[in-house]
Ligand binder design. Structure first.
Ligand SMILES: [Fe+2]
Length: 172
């Protein structure tokens, strides 16, 4: 299991393919899916303790990036689809909020992780098959969008770094 985890790599934060920022979002999806699979297929409590918070953190950063920059930028293409995506995010946020009250490896946490997995997997599939395809086929300036996403994420990373320097009790 340890070996499997080493093979899972997060995208370097702030890195975006300048010609197509949806590739970075897909990379995030694959990373989270692998982490969720690792969590749900192990009985090892140490692994769960390590991976559970990573999943929540990765999803929160990803959701923030989509809601603050990506969705507003592409909303005109299909506002109904964006509304549906926002509802999906709300559902995931609610599950994550409940998980943060528990410890990874507890039965209730595991159940919530399964629900999060099912909800998030379906949501990612909708984004990849419908939304990202529409974005790639549109005349939206993907270079400009990538720059805005890169800038937002870099600021987010810097803010997190400042928080963990000044408030060590907030560290995971
Ligand atoms: Fe999303």
């Amino acid at each position: 299991m340890t070996k499997d985890l080493i093979e899972i790599e997060a995208r370097v934060q702030g890195s975006f393919s300048s010609d197509d920022p949806t590739k970075a979002l897909e990379h995030d999806h694959n990373y989270v899916k692998k982490l969720m699979h690792a969590y749900l297929t192990t009985q090892n409590k140490e692994v769960k303790k390590n991976v559970g918070p990573k999943i929540c953190e990765a999803l929160e950063t990803h959701t923030s990036l989509e809601e603050s920059v990506f969705y507003p930028h592409v909303k005109e293409l299909n506002s109904a689809l964006i509304e549906r995506c926002l509802e999906d995010h709300q559902q995931a946020d609610d599950l994550i909020r409940q998980m943060k009250e528990l410890l990874p490896g507890e039965a209730e946490y595991d159940e919530l992780m399964q629900q999060l997995h099912d909800s998030v997997t379906e949501h990612m599939s909708v984004e990849e098959k419908q939304l990202f395809t529409e974005v790639r086929d549109s005349d939206i300036n993907l270079y400009d969008l990538a720059l805005q996403m890169q800038s937002y994420e870099s600021n987010l990373v810097a803010a997190h770094a400042r928080l963990s320097t000044t408030r060590p009790e907030q560290r995971l």
